[in-house]
Write a new protein. Structure first.
Length: 51
């Protein structure tokens, strides 16, 4: 089992845009499920739900 380290700062929508864009450019224009970009987007969505 993987231990999750506490986040020092929440994932922001701006950060997700940069990560998503970089992931898409590195591949074939898509962001694969399970990639860091997809996980970042999920984290940002969870962070924005509580606000």
């Amino acid at each position: 089992m993987t231990k999750k380290s506490p986040s020092k700062s929440p994932m922001t929508p701006d950060a997700v845009e940069r990560i998503y864009s970089s992931t898409a450019k590195a591949g074939d224009g898509t962001v694969p499920a399970g990639s860091f970009g997809a996980r970042a987007a999920s984290a940002a969505a969870k962070n924005s739900k509580g606000k």
